[in-house]
Each structure stands twice: as structure tokens, then as C-alpha cells.
Design a protein around this ligand. Structure first.
Ligand SMILES: [Zn+2]
Length: 267
């Protein structure tokens, strides 16, 4: 699952390439949109809302896409070879005279009136990288259910929008709690919110989701993707198990010395 900073960067690049330009061709390869013709429409802006991408067109239409696990948007200059995957994985082509945006493996692609965007993003909590960021509201939502596991609450986009599993397990490490710690037992939850904001802001203009401040290979994360390797802080072996509801569980990584709280047996 891309993190919110990845989606923000994608939106930023799409905006730079397409905004203010007319679509010469728009090829939407999903059955519901196969006959939709957007040629001649101008791209007004491309914005991220949490992990959702909203491409706003003149005439009051918004093309909504979501990357989920596998999707991505690529930009190409006229005549440049497309390299994002086989042609049958292409879901959208937005061509202007300047750049062509190609959406690969997009699990969500829909066209809706701009005035009705709330239908698809209205449930989201305050957007960590959005103009509506509201730390107090995010904290209120995070602490609303004290018995909820911290990792589950942070992954829930209704708490705040933009965190994926990389940041969630890293935030747990940085605050010294295991992913299964009930929110009500996390000390200074406002610091979790502030740190989430700081990490996404620090990473939004670069790939990599660096949480250690160290860009060297193998040193970018404290615990994420470091199963059975020594903790960068204390040397204890990093453990791994699942966290979250069974139908949408994620891999948790944690240091049993640096992080206090309930744990699970690994797989
Ligand atoms: Zn440790």
C-alpha cells in the first residue's frame, strides 16, 4: 500500500505535468468509462486526499483514482517509450501536448462530479499533507476508542489520512510501544500525531519513507522490513507478526526491548 507521501508526490508530479493543459486524448480502459470522451477538457489541478488522487477537469468533472497495493501513474514525454508494465495493465491514458500520464493497474478509476468528491473522500480524517490538516481533530479521532490497538487506529484512514503500514510500525517504534498497545495506554498520543505529520512532511518530496534520518541502504527504517535483524538502537533481534483485522492484516515489525506492550507470536 503506498503511503500518503507517495500519493502526494504522484499528485504533485501529475499536477506539474498536466494542469492548465487540454487533454488531446483520454483513454479510460475500465468498462464503465469505455465510452467516456474527455478529449478537449482542460486539466485544472491534480490533488491528493489521503491516498486518493483527484484529477479535476473543467466542466465540473473529477477523475478519481486510488493506487491501493499495485497501482501507479507514470509520465512520459511525447514519443517516449512507456515502461510501466504490459499494455493490458494500462487503465488510463491522459495525453496532453506536453506529457502523457499513464495509469497502470489502478484498482479504482471513476469519473464523478467535482461537487460530489465528498462521496469518495468525505469519510477521511484530517489529511496529514492536505490543506485541511487539523492536529486536534486527528488526536480526538485517534483517542476516541481507547481500547483499540494503536496500529489499527493509525492505519484507519478515518483517524487521519495518509499513513500506511511503513509509517505505522515506525511510529510505534519511535514512541516505544508495540503495535498491539491499546490507544488508551499510549503515553502522550498527541506526540504520535505530531510525529506522523513530521515524518510525512519530511518525506513528501522524496521516495523512500525515511524514518531514521539516515539515507544509507538498510538504515532508512528502524524496524520495518528488518525481521530477524538487529535493532539499530539496541541490537535486539527485530520480531515480526501480523497486526490488524484478519481480512486486512499487515505485517508488524517491532523490537521487544525498545517497545513495551502486548505482542503476538510471529509467523
Ligand atoms: Zn531495540
Amino acid at each position: 500500500m503506498p503511503e500518503g507521501d507517495t500519493v502526494w508526490l504522484t499528485a504533485h508530479r501529475l499536477h506539474d505535468a498536466l494542469a492548465g493543459r487540454d487533454l488531446l486524448r483520454a483513454d479510460l480502459r475500465v468498462p464503465q468509462l469505455a465510452t467516456t470522451d474527455l478529449a478537449g477538457r482542460r486539466v485544472l489541478e491534480v490533488v491528493a486526499r489521503g491516498k486518493h488522487l483527484l484529477t479535476r477537469l473543467d466542466g465540473g468533472a473529477t477523475l478519481h483514482s486510488h493506487l491501493r497495493m499495485e497501482g501507479s501513474w507514470h509520465l512520459y514525454a511525447p514519443g517516449e517509450r512507456w515502461r510501466g508494465g504490459p499494455a493490458h495493465e494500462i487503465r488510463a491514458v491522459l495525453e496532453t501536448d506536453h506529457r502523457t500520464a499513464v495509469g497502470y493497474r489502478l484498482p479504482v478509476l471513476a469519473l464523478l462530479p467535482t461537487a460530489e468528491e465528498a462521496e469518495v473522500v468525505g469519510h477521511l480524517g484530517p489529511d496529514l499533507l492536505g490543506p485541511d490538516w487539523d492536529a486536534a481533530k486527528a488526536l480526538a479521532r485517534l483517542t476516541a476508542e481507547p481500547g483499540r490497538e494503536i496500529a489499527e487506529a493509525l492505519l484507519d484512514q478515518r483517524t487521519m489520512a495518509g499513513l500506511g503500514n511503513v509509517y505505522v510500525v515506525e511510529l510505534c517504534f519511535l514512541r516505544g510501544v508495540t503495535p498491539w498497545t491499546p490507544v488508551g495506554e499510549v503515553r502522550a498520543p498527541e506526540k504520535v500525531v505530531a510525529l506522523a505529520k513530521r515524518l510525512l512532511e519530511a518525506n513528501k518530496a522524496r521516495p523512500g519513507h525515511i524514518t531514521t534520518g539516515d539515507t544509507r541502504r538498510g538504515r532508512t527504517h528502524w524496524v520495518y522490513d528488518r525481521a530477524n535483524r538487529p535493532c539499530l538502537r539496541c541490537g535486539t533481534t527485530i520480531r515480526t507478526a501480523r497486526h490488524g483485522a484478519a481480512d486486512r492484516s499487515r505485517v508488524a515489525y517491532w523490537c521487544p526491548s525498545c517497545q513495551l506492550g502486548p505482542s503476538r507470536h510471529g509467523d
